[in-house]
Design a protein around this ligand. Structure first.
Ligand code: PAF
Length: 282
């Protein structure tokens, strides 16, 4: 596995691959890799002859009071795990190369509508930061395929919309959320949880499952169900941010004709903001 920091060196490698008509898959990450990320790499390997993984903790997608400085860095483990999977290139660009004119001056990409609702309402500017860095990384890596976890369901929809709107020539793959045995979705932020918080953390997913089961059984009083679910999470020690039931296709409010639904949730467990979602059909 080659570790590349320099954007020109990455482009040089990309040029050589293009000459030999290689199919390129790309997995963008912020590091602190867990089994969920490694699954993305495994899926990427199935569709392409070359796999590029990036590690870049993107300041543009963090709010002023968020965990940018504390974001876990485990570079040695990450490098070993990616090398063991036979990744072709680990791309780790430097912040000054990515935002060479400074973050304040940075041209941005924003997907309207989708970026402002649900998580976007709680984290203003977050999806602008995500869309901008993903667009820039796509321009550098020029992949044929890119892989994202469905755990960040709204992020995946934002990226798909960006690719459509900007006529980008690649296929976006969403890969199912990887979970611990007790149901907690794998996330780099789980490492922040202390013993007590880790013990209650699976309740978030269990609450989503209970909501899904009630709706599948015919319950249609969605807002009452959601209020009750939030209350149970609060009683268990969470500070719920949102629980939303939406159309999985559009992320808009559920209409009578919608059959493909998703419940999206975010809740603080101590200071750690956990997100999760559950897609289902009715
Ligand atoms: O999902 C993530 O880890 C990040 O949002 C991404 C897609 C790597 C962009 O920084």
């Amino acid at each position: 596995m080659r570790v590349i920091q320099d954007i020109d060196a990455l482009r040089e490698t990309r040029r050589a691959w293009r000459a030999s008509e290689e199919e390129i898959a790309f997995v963008p990450t912020m590091g602190n890799l867990h089994k969920g990320h490694l699954r993305l790499v495994e899926e990427a390997k199935k569709v392409s002859s070359k796999v590029v993984v990036s590690i870049f903790v993107n300041p543009l997608q963090f709010g002023p009071d968020e965990d940018l400085d504390a974001y876990p860095k485990t570079l040695e483990n990450d490098t070993a795990a990616l090398a063991a999977l036979d990744v072709d290139v680990l791309f780790m660009p430097k912040i000054d190369d990515i935002y060479s004119r400074g973050i304040e001056q940075q041209t941005f990409v924003e997907v309207p509508g989708l970026s402002y609702m649900i998580c976007g309402a709680s984290r203003p500017g977050h999806f602008r930061g995500v869309a901008t860095i993903v667009c820039k990384l796509f321009n550098m890596v020029q992949p044929n395929h890119a892989f994202f976890g469905e755990k960040d369901f709204q992020q995946l929809q934002v990226i798909k919309a960006m690719v459509t709107d900007l006529s980008m020539n690649l296929i976006i793959h969403g890969i199912p959320t990887q979970r611990h045995e007790d149901g907690l979705a794998m996330s780099s932020r789980n490492g922040y949880l202390d013993h007590e918080q880790r013990a209650i953390s699976p309740l978030l997913y269990l609450e989503l499952c209970a909501l899904r089961d009630r709706i599948k059984a015919g319950a249609r009083n969605f807002s009452e169900l959601i209020v009750a679910a939030k209350q149970r999470l609060s009683d268990a020690g969470f500070n719920p941010d949102y629980i939303e039931l939406r159309s999985a296709q559009t992320l808009m409010q559920v209409g009578h004709e919608d059959k493909d639904l998703v419940i999206l949730a975010a809740a603080f467990c101590g200071k750690t903001r956990l997100i999760d979602n559950l897609r289902f059909a009715i």
